[in-house]
Design a protein around this ligand. Sequence first.
Ligand code: ATP
Ligand code: MG
Length: 203
Amino acid sequence: MGEQTGPVKRRLGVMGGTFDPIHHGHLVAASEVASQFHLDEVVFVPTGQPWQKSHKQVSPAEDRYLMTVIATASNPQFSVSRIDIDRGGPTYTTDTLRELRSLNENADLFFITGADALAQILTWRDTDELFSLAHFIGVTRPGHILANPGLPEDRVSFVEVPALAISSSDCRARVAQGEPVWYLVPDGVVRYIDKRRLYRHDG
Ligand code: ATP
Ligand code: MG
């Protein structure tokens, strides 16, 4: 009999974000990383009231959560977690990863993050703990350089994803100005934004 190796660990991607609204840049990044890193699942985790954005207006958590569900519902590999919303208060990625880890003891975590967010990583609290909780995957994003001195090489990977110059800020500005967001966000999300009159100053 050979060496006992134990069950193969699940490979769980984690895509944190404000998702205000979720757009095709998020979805392509998650899909591409899932494929390249052979992930079993990607869980999208909408933030609670985000501490880095608390000076700005952020849509209600329930709206951001529902848009994320609508956008991911048709993909059997994608799911959405309420942990950051239900915890309440500002979201710290260490808390997110710690909680996901205890909920998925038999999984390796892969935290997916855009180039802009990765650049800020060293300014987050508890970076040593962060890198012990998950492998970090930085994805290319138009307008941002994907490289970061000071990040531990064995805990961070870089991936090039098909470039989509889409941001939630731009989507919000377009809606506010009466411009279309069709094909920037999934159809169901366009309808949801309209139904709830999100991002309209006259709303
Ligand atoms: P905002 O403009 O409000 O900051 P955003 O478009 O950056 O919104 P977030 O919810 O802040 O969206 O992003 C969540 C994660 O997705 C971050 O890691 C971010 O870097 C990444 N991301 C967002 N847009 C893209 C994109 N077009 N390509 C690759 N990664 C992206
Ligand atoms: Mg952002």
